[in-house]
Design a protein around this ligand. Structure first.
Ligand SMILES: [Zn+2]
Length: 213
């Protein structure tokens, strides 16, 4: 038996997220949605995040544009534009631990993820930085559900990244949850400590491997 935390990134998307929420409700699973500020600025997308929050899911900040990874972003106001602006839009939707998830392009855990200015901001403002350890590459046209099951099987506690901006992922998430249930795996909402280098502003794991500039 393995443990898995389901995290759903890059939305919300009014064509996909409501169906994902239906699946999670039917299967009584709570997840975390790491949303984009640019999506929250759209009322229809924001309503999806409001529904997710109302149904017990956690909502975190996943930058405003999801364009240039922090480790490569040379804009002096990147933190303000990407993190602060998104947190402002999140408002009451934000989880009390101020969840933030960076991105690196392709799910790689390397120096693309963070900048020193970002780490300074996350610690000063008491954010919790949530990484991951299982990426089934659901954006590629392959049987990512089987890849996810293999990854989950290989680790005692997986923090899995999937996306609610890909049509059909509601069905695939449903398939995944069915297969995990058949195996007796445990789906939890908390994050594996290994995937949380900063908790409530305190650096609890070495972030140097993730800092690019
Ligand atoms: Zn992302």
């Amino acid at each position: 038996m393995a443990r898995v935390t389901l995290t759903i990134d890059n939305g919300p998307d009014p064509e996909v997220t409501p169906h994902v929420l239906d699946v999670l409700a039917r299967r009584n699973v709570r997840a975390s949605f790491f949303v984009l500020g640019s999506a929250l600025a759209d009322p229809a997308r924001r309503r999806c995040a409001e529904r997710a929050r109302a149904e017990g899911h956690w909502i975190g900040n996943h930058t405003y544009t999801h364009a240039v990874p922090f480790g490569q972003n040379e804009a002096p106001d990147a933190v303000e534009r990407e993190v602060v602006a998104t947190e402002r839009l999140l408002g009451d939707l934000a989880h009390e631990e101020r969840l933030f998830r960076p991105f690196g392009g392709g799910g790689h855990l390397d120096e693309r993820l963070l900048s020193r200015a970002l780490v300074d901001h996350l610690t000063a403002e008491a954010y919790t930085c949530v990484l991951w350890n299982a990426v089934p590459r659901d954006w590629e046209p392959h049987d990512w559900v089987s890849v996810a099951v293999e990854q989950i099987r290989a680790s005692p506690w997986s923090v899995l990244v999937v996306h609610d901006v890909i049509p059909g992922n509601d069905r695939r998430i449903d398939d995944l949850l069915a297969r995990l249930e058949d195996r007796g795996d445990e789906v939890v909402q908390a994050f594996a400590p290994d995937c949380v280098p900063i908790r409530r502003g305190e650096v609890v794991r070495d972030v140097a491997p993730f800092v690019g500039r």
